[in-house]
Design a protein around this ligand. Structure first.
Ligand code: HAX
Length: 443
């Protein structure tokens, strides 16, 4: 039986398809951007060459989900009774349909996730089998990958489903996977850090509430989880994790293969791993200052920042490839921190860095964006609420990001986007285009 969300999505897809078809058929040759050599050699920074309707990142304003700024998302999405933060399920509804759900529509998604949350036995065995000191992101990615055998999409594809209907089994797989991510992540957490003592899920709780419950955390960790998953869910399509998920899915790999690949992209230190990098770096600073009890000195913090830069390293949690102002995801977490952890010893350092790092990066003159990004704040909140194993932080990011990427992949299939396949050139060819080298005579 189709649920309210799936029915709504089916309507939206039918409405949307003619727009994409028309652009392709009647306006396919209209130029959008120029490809220069610096764009090719510079990681395609800023090249307008992808499409998504789920989120848009303005360099000055930050991310909008379906046209809503983050403060608007948090204001408009319904919240569980007594909660400060909205339902993650409501966010998923918004990303998929572009509409703010009502209570009944939210209840429908809460129920969907709850029914699909149980993970196969072999996932526990797989996680148990990992050798000591494996990074939680490696285990997380492998656990997701191993569920490829469950893919409904792959079964339907092999049986010969019509291209127009690909989105339907992709939707089913996506819900099945998203619902299981909190279970997988919390089992990894209990296995690595709590001698395998896991807390069974509570089917009566929402996504964020149940995650907090399985982590064994009291309120307001449920709100911390909702906030965290919502702000990390999507950041348009060009960032490494989003782009990887989209790219892999374009070969009609199922959601398990695609989200596992996206998690691997997120695990790099210039991307999602910065969440753990910030805490590592902060702890080195705190240790050097004499421990958490010692009031931080602004001058010594400045010196530490300069030493990091002079040793050729980046300041984790600062800078961005697209943003040119303080990340609103940072600001929202800062607001939360000012309310709930104002006196936290590490937050005091974060607060100093907020003021100290941007002018130093400006003075150094390299970073195009000296302002803090999402990762500069997220780990501190986790640390405050007792999640102190900071190599787990990127897994938390991965749960949120999977929600946005899955929504994108469902729409990729709904709009029948093709296999992604840009063209590469050789350095010789670029030199010829630049006029440095003469074109070789063909034999
Ligand atoms: N500290 C020191 N130097 C920095 C810097 C920082 N925080 N941010 C940028 N720079 C340097 C770059 O390393 C680059 O130096 P080189 O010319 O020597 O290579 C120069 O400034 C220009 O870089 P840019 O154009 O401003 O930035 P990029 O688009 O190349 O990179 C990054 C964007 C986010 C990767 C970068 O700002 C960085 O490394 N930040 C620190 C790591 C971090 O916080 N990553 C998380 C970003 C948010 C995210 O994706 N979360 O998942």
């Amino acid at each position: 039986m189709a649920t309210k969300l799936k029915e709504k999505l089916a309507e939206k897809i039918e409405e949307w398809r003619p727009r994409t078809e028309r652009l392709m058929e009647e306006y396919g040759n209209v130029e959008v951007d120029k490809v220069t050599i610096s764009k090719i050699l510079g990681g395609m920074r800023g090249l307008k060459s992808l499409v998504t309707d789920i989120s848009y990142l303005d360099p000055m304003e930050g991310i909008r989900y379906r046209g809503y700024t983050l403060p608007e998302v948090f204001k408009n999405l319904p919240k569980p009774k007594g909660a400060e933060m909205p339902y993650v399920e409501g966010l998923f509804y918004l990303l998929l349909t572009g509409e703010i759900p009502n209570d009944e529509e939210i209840a429908d998604v809460v129920d969907e996730f709850s029914r699909r949350r149980i993970i196969p036995r072999y996932i526990y065995e797989l996680i148990d089998a990992f050798p000591c000191c494996s990074h939680p992101m490696t285990i997380f990615s492998s656990a997701i990958l191993s569920m490829h055998r469950e893919s409904f999409f792959t079964k339907k594809y092999n049986a010969g489903v019509h291209k127009k209907d690909y989105w339907d089994p992709m939707y089913e797989d996506s819900l099945n996977l998203i619902a299981k991510l909190p279970e997988i992540a919390t089992y990894i957490y209990s296995k690595i850090y709590r001698d395998g003592k896991r807390i069974q899920s509570n089917p009566n709780l929402d996504f964020g509430g149940n995650f907090a419950f399985m982590m064994g955390k009291e309120k307001p960790y449920d709100d911390v989880s909702r906030l965290h998953f919502i702000i990390h869910s999507d950041h348009e399509s060009g960032n490494v994790s989003a782009h990887t998920g989209h790219l892999v899915a374009s070969s009609l790999s199922d959601i398990y293969l695609s989200i596992s690949a996206m998690v691997n992209g997120l695990a790099g230190p210039l991307h999602g791993l910065a969440a753990q990098g910030v805490l590592q770096w902060l702890h080195e600073l705190i240790e050097r200052m004499g421990g958490e009890e010692v009031e931080p000195s602004v001058e010594e913090v400045k010196q530490y920042v300069w030493e990091t830069l002079n040793s050729g390293q980046v300041i984790p949690g600062f800078g961005h490839a697209v943003l040119r102002k303080t990340d609103p995801r940072y600001s929202l977490q800062r607001e939360f921190s000012l309310k709930h952890l104002k006196d936290d010893a590490i937050f005091k350092y974060v607060d100093i860095l907020y003021n100290v790092v941007p002018p130093i990066l400006q003075e150094q003159g390299k970073a195009k964006n000296p302002w803090p990004n999402v990762d500069a704040q997220s780990g501190v909140i986790q640390w405050h609420y007792g999640v102190r194993e900071y190599d787990f932080y990127t897994v938390l990011f991965g749960i949120g990001r999977a929600i946005g990427i899955a929504a994108n992949i469902i729409w990729d299939r709904a709009l029948m986007y093709p296999l992604e396949r840009p063209k590469s050139l050789t350095t010789d060819m670029l030199e010829e285009i630049a006029g440095i080298k003469k074109k070789k005579e063909s034999k």
